[in-house]
Design a binder for this molecule. Structure first.
Ligand SMILES: COc1nc(N)nc2c1ncn2[C@H]1C[C@H](O)[C@@H](COP(=O)(O)OP(=O)(O)OP(=O)(O)O)O1
Length: 202
């Protein structure tokens, strides 16, 4: 049995990671044989964060950053920049914010997702076929004054459950890495086991 603080398989350890959070089942991580590469990008500006409501496909009905598959010949940064423009209509100079590894029980493929952030953008935020962009308060809920920002708090109940752990790190500009394994019943995913670390120079 692996310890709660031990870095799980699948996490790239090129930079030193310090344990941040873990939880779920005591049993082993799920096995996988192949990895698919994805991206996810967030705009954090003036105390607000831009999320998209997914209108179709994987994760439909949830709020998330803007992203998708890394296409052949693209770097993750190129893919993230392209997906942000396709899905939210804006260009941004993205910075790497973290790496996440997700797996569902019984799935052959694991998802490696490179996460990006930017504090400014060019263009007009525009709804696409895939995503409906909306601004939310990026302040911790305890400091949150909706009247001041005139936007709601982050809709964690309508997001992937483990986003609540790492999104505050992204907002704070702290680089992170993590893994979360899920069980799946039909279209419903439940976190089975998770681990998150922050880069030691943060
Ligand atoms: C816990 O699992 C996940 N959490 C979060 N926050 N985001 C996740 C999780 N698993 C997948 N994602 C992200 C990664 C991508 O940004 C999207 C999925 O990409 P999609 O299937 O929409 O990829 P596209 O290339 O856009 O697909 P199309 O072929 O439909 O254009 O979800």
């Amino acid at each position: 049995m692996s310890s709660r603080t031990e870095i799980p398989p699948g996490i790239n350890q090129t930079e030193r990671l310090v344990f941040y959070a873990s939880g779920g089942d005591e049993n082993e991580w799920f096995p996988y044989t192949k990895i698919k590469y994805y991206t996810n990008a967030f705009i954090v500006q003036d105390g607000k964060i831009l999320l998209g409501y997914k209108k179709r496909g994987f994760g439909m009905g949830k709020y998330n950053g803007f992203g998708g598959k890394v296409e052949p010949g693209e770097t993750p940064l190129e893919a993230a920049t392209r997906e942000l423009e396709e899905e939210a209509g804006v260009k941004a100079s993205l910075e790497h914010a973290g790496s996440l590894f997700f797996l569902s029980e019984g799935a052959e493929w694991a998802f490696q997702i490179e996460i990006y952030r930017a504090e400014s953008y060019q263009g007009v935020v525009t709804e696409s076929d895939e995503m409906r962009p909306e601004w939310f308060s990026a302040s911790p809920q305890s400091d949150f004054d909706p009247a001041e920002l005139q936007v709601p708090g982050i809709p964690f109940s309508k997001m992937w459950e483990t986003d609540e752990i790492w999104l505050p790190l992204l907002i704070a500009g702290k680089k992170f890495a993590g893994r979360a394994d899920f069980t799946q019943q039909g279209d419903t995913f439940k976190p089975y086991k998770w681990w998150y670390g922050v880069h030691s120079n943060e």
